[in-house]
Design a protein around this ligand. Structure first.
Ligand code: NI
Length: 172
């Protein structure tokens, strides 16, 4: 496995609409493994392929607590097939928007259809943090980052701070 570089806002790559994966083969599984390693190392609870500059509809998630057993989920070509009327609000962050958080309201539960690590079709009901996380990651596949839900003023402020932090950091 290999750790990959994560792209930050305002890189225009993050605005890309990702294309479906034709077949879950060895190359796709290798990228899923690398994405999971990258996500755990960050650390984060979700990562979309576009965040490592691959415009394919693939996401990895693990919303298990830090001290709990790891429960990785690999979703290829994920699609929301149902969403609840009930909404929930979480303070969201994103590995592409380091160290910034904001409340985002989304459906509290969703049903999601996807291909798993073995290319098998799965459909599952997700709720709580997992529901929010999967919707946040599917947004990435459509070129949407959570700060796009905020006011332009707030979004621009966050982007400027991320850019400044990046400029000030020294990589040795
Ligand atoms: Ni994100």
């Amino acid at each position: 496995m290999a750790k990959l570089d994560i792209i930050n806002v305002p890189d225009p790559i993050l605005k890309t609409t990702s294309t479906p994966v034709d077949r879950v083969d060895g190359d796709v599984r290798k990228l899923l493994d690398d994405m999971l390693e990258t996500m755990y190392a960050a650390p984060g609870i979700g990562l979309a392929a576009i965040q490592v500059a691959v415009a394919k509809r693939m996401i990895v998630l693990d919303t298990a607590g830090e001290d709990d057993e790891k429960k990785p989920l690999f979703l290829v070509n994920p699609e929301v097939t149902w969403e609840s009327e009930e909404r929930s609000v979480y303070s969201e962050g994103c590995l592409s928007v380091p160290e910034h958080y904001a409340d985002v309201e989304r459906p509290a539960s969703v049903r999601v259809k996807y291909l798993d690590y073995n290319g098998e079709m799965q459909e599952g009901l997700m709720d709580g943090l997992t529901a929010t996380c999967v919707q946040h990651e599917i947004d990435h596949l459509n070129g949407v980052v959570f700060i796009d839900y905020l006011s332009k003023l707030k979004r621009n402020m966050i982007v400027k701070k991320v850019q400044k932090a990046q400029k000030d950091s020294v990589v040795l």
